[in-house]
Design a protein around this ligand. Structure first.
Ligand SMILES: [Mn+2]
Length: 328
C-alpha cells in the first residue's frame, strides 16, 4: 500500500506580497504535478496535512479552479483542517468553511481521531488525523500527537501543529518530537511548520514534515528549502519512504522577493522595538490575539467560561470580517 503525503498548499486566488510571480498559476502547476506523481507512483491514497485553503472561505471561482484539480487525483484524498481553514482557529466553524464544503461533496475526506481502516493484499492500515484547534501545542501534546495502534499492521497519524526537532524562541507554542515518542503510530505526518524538519526515526517510528507546498514568506530558509512531497510504501518487508522534489517549483530566488526581505528586516527591527514597548507596558509575552487573551485571563483570574465566550466571539468576528471581504 502506497501513500503520497503533502501539506500546506494554502490555495488562494491572489499573489502574496512576498512573491514576484503569479502565485495561483504557480500553485496550479505544482498541484497538477502532484496529481501526476500520484499516478506515476501508483499510490493508493493521498494524505494532506492541512491549510488546504489560505482562508476559511475563498471566493467560489478560486475554490472551483483548485477543487477541479483535486478531482483529478485517481485515488481518495484524506485531509485535516489547518489553522487557515478555520474561522478563528475554531474547529466548530468547519461546517461553514470551504474545506467543510469540499468534504461534504466527497472531494476530500476528513480524518479524525476515530480511525479509518484501509486494506490491501492482506495489509491493514489504521489512519487517524488531528486538525488544528485553539489548544494545539498548548495542552498536553500527547492528546494531539500520539495514537494507540489497534487491529492493524501499521498506523499513520496526520497532525497540523508546530512539531519541532528542537526548541525555538521562548514564548512560542510548539511541541518537541521527543515529547511524543511514545506514540504507537509508525508514521506521524505533520503540517503547519512551513519549513518542515529533517525526517526523524526512532525504534522504527517516523516523524515527517516535508515542508509546505506553498512558499508564502521570504524567510531566508524558505528561499533555499526544497518543495516536495513524500511517498510512503508499506508493501515491502519494512516500511519505506522517500521525498520527491517538484520539478515545477521554481528556485526560491526566482519567486520570492529579496528586496522585500531587506524591507522586512527593517520592519522586524521596528516590530522588535514595538514589542519591547508592549512588554514594558505590561507583563504580556504574546502577540497572538488568542494567546494574549489567555494571558490576560490568567493574570486577571477570569473564569474559563469567560475565556471560552471571548474565543467564540473572536471566531465569529473573524468569520463576519471574512464574509465581507470576498474571501481574499
Ligand atoms: Mn500553513
Amino acid at each position: 500500500m502506497r501513500f503520497l503525503f503533502f501539506t500546506d498548499d494554502h490555495k488562494r486566488g491572489t499573489t502574496p506580497e512576498n512573491r514576484k510571480d503569479n502565485f495561483p498559476a504557480a500553485l496550479e502547476r505544482k498541484l497538477r504535478e502532484v496529481v501526476q506523481i500520484a499516478r506515476e507512483r501508483d499510490v493508493d491514497y493521498v494524505l494532506h496535512g492541512g491549510d488546504f485553503f489560505d482562508v476559511p472561505a475563498p471566493a467560489l471561482s478560486v475554490c472551483a479552479d483548485f477543487l477541479e484539480i483535486f478531482q483529478q487525483f485517481p485515488v481518495p484524498v484524506f485531509t485535516i483542517p489547518g489553522n487557515h481553514d478555520l474561522f478563528g482557529h475554531n474547529s466548530e466553524t468547519l461546517p461553514r468553511t470551504m474545506l467543510g464544503f469540499a468534504a461534504r461533496l466527497g472531494i476530500v475526506r476528513l480524518l479524525e481521531r476515530d480511525p479509518v481502516y484501509l486494506e490491501k493484499n492482506g495489509l491493514r492500515v489504521q489512519l487517524t488525523g488531528q486538525g488544528y484547534h485553539v489548544d494545539m501545542d498548548r495542552r498536553d501534546p500527547r492528546l494531539d500527537y500520539t495514537v494507540k495502534k489497534k487491529d492493524c499492521d501499521y498506523a499513520i497519524h496526520v497532525v497540523h501543529g508546530m512539531l519541532l526537532e528542537r526548541a525555538i524562541f521562548p514564548g512560542a507554542f510548539y511541541t518537541l518530537i521527543e515529547q511524543v515518542w511514545d506514540t504507537e503510530a509508525d508514521f506521524t505526518l505533520v503540517g503547519h511548520n512551513h519549513l518542515g524538519f529533517k525526517a526523524t526515526e526512532r525504534d522504527g517510528k517516523y516523524f515527517l514534515n516535508p515542508g509546505a507546498l506553498a512558499r508564502l514568506s521570504n524567510h531566508p530558509a524558505e528561499m533555499k528549502r526544497p518543495v516536495q512531497v513524500v511517498i510512503i510504501d508499506l508493501g515491502g518487508s519494512r516500511p519505506a519512504y522517500e521525498t520527491v522534489r517538484l520539478k515545477s517549483a521554481a528556485p526560491g530566488e526566482d519567486v520570492l522577493d529579496r528586496t522585500r526581505l531587506e524591507e522586512s528586516a527593517f520592519r522586524e527591527q521596528r516590530l522588535a522595538g514595538y514589542l519591547a514597548e508592549v512588554k514594558a507596558a505590561g507583563s504580556y509575552r504574546r502577540t497572538d490575539v488568542r494567546a494574549l487573551l489567555e494571558e490576560i485571563a490568567r493574570s486577571e483570574k477570569l473564569p474559563p467560561k469567560v475565556i471560552q465566550e471571548a474565543l467564540k466571539r473572536i471566531a465569529q468576528a473573524e468569520e463576519a470580517l471574512m464574509q465581507g471581504e470576498d474571501g481574499v
